[in-house]
Write a protein that binds this ligand. Structure first.
Ligand code: SIN
Length: 202
């Protein structure tokens, strides 16, 4: 049994994804013989933990920054009026703080469904700050996915978020919970905090 997952992504990273990435994600990595895998969460996966895990650790990943540039049709918005949720975009020198969960590969079945609106599983290196990095997975929605909304000013993003609501609740709540969770981790994220402040002042 392999304790940690150590194989690279099977498919090409920037494969265009439709509105439902569940099937694409199933084909992306092979967990045969793998007992557990680290999953890095940087958005709702930090504060909404409705899945089983074996271990939870604060972690960082390098070269990625959190941005409210992804549309949400199934959680914090609808097809007619998508919400805005976070994804990661590449940025040289950036460090993103989140929470890593060690999970059984079978748990990905649920998580693929939860993250199906454009997110694909990528492999990445996780840093736990103790000199023992590990490989893990992270769900990233790239520019190639059908729900991508892209860049806008933080004020504009806040105005958009203020009006969106979906099956998982209001888009505003997603921001406030994420900002609060990041504060609890001691993470400074100027983008998230600026949108939170703009939302509170509306
Ligand atoms: C994540 O939390 O890691 C992915 C994005 C989200 O579900 O908010």
């Amino acid at each position: 049994m392999l304790h940690h997952y150590t194989v690279s992504d099977v498919t090409v990273p920037d494969v265009a994804a439709g509105h439902d990435t569940t099937a694409a994600n199933r084909a992306r990595q092979d967990f045969t013989g793998v007992e557990s895998v680290w999953l890095f969460g940087y958005g709702s996966l930090i504060y909404k933990v409705d899945f089983p895990f074996l271990e939870r650790r604060v972690a960082t990943i390098q070269g990625w920054t959190r941005r409210f540039w992804q549309g949400s049709h199934d959680h914090r918005g609808t097809h007619a009026h998508p919400g805005r949720v976070v994804t990661l975009v590449p940025e040289a020198g950036a460090v993103c703080t989140g929470v890593a969960y060690r999970i059984a590969p079978a748990t990905l079945e649920y998580l693929d469904h939860r993250e199906k609106n454009g997110y694909l599983r990528f492999t990445t290196m996780l840093d736990f700050g103790d000199g023992s990095p590990a490989q893990g997975l992270v769900y990233i929605a790239t520019t190639a996915n059908a729900a991508w909304l892209g860049e806008a000013s933080e004020a504009e993003i806040a105005r958009h978020i203020a009006t969106a609501v979906g099956p998982s609740g209001s888009n505003r709540e997603y921001v406030l919970k994420l900002a609060q969770a990041l504060r609890e981790l001691g993470a400074n994220d100027p983008h998230v905090f600026a949108i939170e402040a703009a939302l509170r002042s509306l």
